[in-house]
Design a protein around this ligand. Sequence first.
Ligand SMILES: O=C(O)COP(=O)(O)O
Ligand SMILES: [Mg+2]
Length: 221
Amino acid sequence: MIDFPFAVVAFDLDGTLADTAPDLTAALNHALGRMGRPPIPAEDVRHMVGHGARALLQKGLSATGEVNEALIEEGFPILLDYYYAHIADHTRPFDGLEAALDTLAARGVKLAICTNKLEGLSRELVDALGWQDRFVALVGGDTLPVRKPDPAPLLEAIARAGGGRAAFVGDSITDTDTARAAGIPCVAVTFGFSDRPVDQLGADRLIDHFDELVPALLALG
Ligand SMILES: O=C(O)COP(=O)(O)O
Ligand SMILES: [Mg+2]
């Protein structure tokens, strides 16, 4: 029985469910260091996340010197190997997340993840955080031939979670663009990795803490 205006709530991963910036920063800086580049401060790396690990490396190389396909090919496996081995050394859920997920689950809402993180990395992280039973669907950046802001991955995640009325929760312009393209209401968190002021994302609701998620969704319903 669903006791809620939405049958499915889908979530972005990096910067929305979990603060992955410390481990992503370590992985990027490990790869940059091996390539003779200086490290990039975590605060700058936060705003480079959201388009997948390859885009992260591309931005990291470009911030520290020359960038081309050959350099990305060289650094990508170094970054990935390190990140797989250290995926949750310092990554933590944002405050209040798990209580909000419990409330939604208790009301019969199905929970899904739609991220541009590679599906394998995303599953590894979900397992490391003990979230295997919380999410019934996960669509990553390489699950389909297209990724966010194309609406297809979000629609796929919702369908895999059983379909019905859905909302999306994210932290970036990619997420709000995806939701709009899919015709789905969007809540944006203000504590994520957005590269621009969050009030410019065009979200239907903004939340400063996960305690505000359920009321925000009810207001959208
Ligand atoms: O850049 C990434 O690794 C993916 O980021 P996302 O979970 O915010 O889509
Ligand atoms: Mg994100």
